[in-house]
Design a protein. Sequence first.
Length: 97
Amino acid sequence: MTPRTFQADTPLEALLLEQALAVARRLQRTADTAPDGRVLRAVEVAGLEAGREFTRLAVEAALQGQAEAAEKKGRPAAPAPAAPVASGPSVAPGATS
């Protein structure tokens, strides 16, 4: 097969490309080493495990990137809430007349 070049435009894309290659290599190794008659099952199990881990990593990395961007921005400027105003005469708790 002819080698291909992929370009990642973000750190998340680079991470996911690397992980996708690792998954492909793992599946190929599993298929190559599985005993005759058990290749399909072995690759299915490996694929499900790798797919779950890939998805978990992708979600984690995307959310981490979003959180870092939000931290850099800081909270949007907004007026501070006013202090509550007490209504009626002020009486200490538990005081009786």
